[in-house]
Design a protein around this ligand. Structure first.
Ligand SMILES: Nc1nc2c(ncn2[C@@H]2O[C@H](COP(=O)(O)OP(=O)(O)OP(=O)(O)O)[C@@H](O)[C@H]2O)c(=O)[nH]1
Length: 189
């Protein structure tokens, strides 16, 4: 009897540690190593899930301006610090139900469910202001940086790829128009 009980205890401990290992692996697969926020695959998965729920959704793409210059002047570790600082600001500017992630080198994404255009615009403009004011490098306290952003509001029946492309085109226009600004799809730069 004692034997059976200890076997069951061992089995349930094994099950718990398997679940923990699985959860850790899942978290790692969803996370960007450098910044600790969501990675590209997880952001696209989240966008698909939010679209499937059918609630209003704004997708924002953000890209640090002239980031190569930071690496060139201060070195790659300093560039990494700027990326981590940006990720912290991005997280601070989103609500619990929003999503934010790093989707490439110096490119980030925000998902704002249940948000209309004026609200989304205000969130992004506030973030751009904070980035403008930040001085993330201790070794170069005068060095600031800026970000460009492209925003698109989901249209009924649209897939993730089409929504992403419209935000990306808006981001491209923000870069073309001089950077350090937000462009909304369908609106002038
Ligand atoms: N430190 C650091 N740099 C990275 C990382 N990933 C990409 N980069 C760098 O990001 C830079 C991106 O440069 P560009 O694509 O020319 O863009 P940019 O200089 O920001 O110019 P614009 O986007 O046109 O304003 C390249 O120098 C990459 O090496 C990273 O994880 N860490």
């Amino acid at each position: 009897m004692l034997c059976v009980a200890s076997d069951i205890t061992a089995l349930s401990q094994d099950g718990r540690s398997l679940r923990q290992t699985r959860d850790q692996a899942l978290r790692a697969a969803h996370t960007d190593d450098l910044t600790g926020i969501s990675n590209r695959a997880h952001m696209l998965q989240q966008a698909g899930a939010l679209i499937a729920q059918g609630q209003p959704l704004v997708l924002v793409l953000l890209d640090l301006d002239h980031f190569k210059g930071i690496n060139d002047r201060f070195g790659h570790p300093a560039g990494d610090e700027v990326l981590r600082d940006f990720a912290r600001q991005l997280q601070a500017s989103t609500r619990r139900d929003d999503g934010c992630g790093r989707i490439g080198g110096e490119e980030f994404m925000m998902l704002l469910p249940g948000t209309d255009l004026p609200q989304a615009r205000a969130v992004v403009q506030r973030l751009l202001e904070h980035v403008r004011a930040a001085r993330p490098l201790a070794e170069a306290p005068a060095q600031g940086n800026t970000t460009s952003a492209g925003l698109a509001l989901h249209r009924a029946g649209e897939c993730t790829g089409a929504l992403y492309r419209r935000a990306d085109q808006a981001l491209y226009r923000a870069k073309q128009a001089g950077r350090d600004r937000l462009v909304c799809d369908g609106a002038p730069a």
